[in-house]
Design a protein around this ligand. Structure first.
Ligand code: A3P
Length: 290
């Protein structure tokens, strides 16, 4: 059987690939016309950077640690993607404030309403080498993505921005140089791995939701990889295996920083470093992984 190509499986929206199965012209129109509220919370990530993790942490902070929502509602409904087709049917305009959403969109793909209202944004970033490794495994298990080919083939696609949601470099550089940053909080996956409780504290402060130290400890404890992996509302086990096949690779796969070292060959890692240096030479910010 011939493998399906990017052109067959993906639509192009503002220059980046989106999987046709979960995005439609209807959902993109819904997204463009979406009415933000100033107290909305929008989590923004490049894929494989800590999306699912934040879909657990933020609701727990907002509920002062009450786990009911995260225990009973799947992550894609409790913190829905604004650009996905399912968002159109969730009556998001009827949700009480503060609403929590997620998007994988790049900065320059954001809607006019977003720039006008300036909702609170939590931007999560991750070492692109680990994003790549996670993405490579994910592309093998998710049937709505083009099969990745060999690791080297996928490495070129990833670096050249031919994966869904486009280039990691454009994504991070775009959001890092957002014109107005008072409403944006930047956090990295690595920071969260290093000290989850401190990260919970920082996020809670940004969201003006004071938590006592016992509550912070409890939220962090619930959200560590091995515990969160058990939550069937968050580990993607509710998705039929014809869409996501956990026998190929689990969604909550490894949950560590630096797994790329177990996967990239020396040649691939060198190529990555060189590409990264060129692309990031104009970026002043020092990332945790630099
Ligand atoms: P790995 O494939 O490296 O394990 P996203 O949610 O943005 O799609 O990202 C998925 C990645 O985040 C996966 O990385 C997944 O294991 C990791 N992840 C999800 N929940 C996590 C948690 N509680 N702690 C650490 N990593 C987590």
């Amino acid at each position: 059987v011939a493998e399906m190509t990017e052109e067959e499986m993906y639509a192009t929206y503002k220059g980046v690939y989106l999987p046709k199965v979960v995005h439609s012209s209807e959902s993109l129109k819904y997204y463009e016309e979406f009415s933000f509220r100033p107290d909305d919370i929008l989590i923004v990530t490049y894929p494989k950077s800590g999306t699912t993790w934040m879909q657990e942490i933020v609701p727990l902070i907002m509920s002062q640690g009450d786990p009911e929502l995260v225990d009973t509602v799947p992550n894609w409904d409790r913190v829905p993607w604004l650009e996905e087709t399912r968002a159109c049917n969730l009556n998001l305009d009827q949700r009480p404030s503060p609403r929590v959403f997620i998007t994988h969109f790049q900065y320059n793909m954001m809607s006019t309403g977003f720039f006008k209202v300036k909702p609170r944004v939590i931007y999560v970033m991750r070492n692109p080498r680990d994003v790549f490794t996670s993405y490579f495994h994910f592309s093998g298990m998710a049937s709505y993505l083009v099969t990745p080919g060999t690791q080297t083939e996928f490495l070129h696609k990833f670096l050249d921005g031919k994966a869904i949601f486009g280039s990691w470099f454009d994504h991070v550089k775009g959001w890092m140089s957002a014109a107005e940053q008072q409403h944006i909080m930047y956090i990295s996956y690595e920071e969260m791995i290093l000290d989850l409780e401190a990260s919970v504290t920082r996020i809670a402060q940004f969201l003006d939701t004071p938590l006592d130290s016992e509550m912070k400890r409890k939220i962090a404890e619930r959200c560590v990889f091995k515990n969160m992996k058990k939550n069937k509302m968050s580990n993607y086990s509710l998705v039929p295996s014809e869409f996501m096949d956990p026998n190929v690779s689990e969604f909550l796969r490894k949950g560590i920083a630096g797994d790329w070292k177990n996967h990239l060959t020396v040649a691939e890692a060198d190529y990555f470093d060189e590409f990264y240096r060129k692309k990031m030479q104009d970026v002043k910010y020092t990332f945790v992984w630099d």
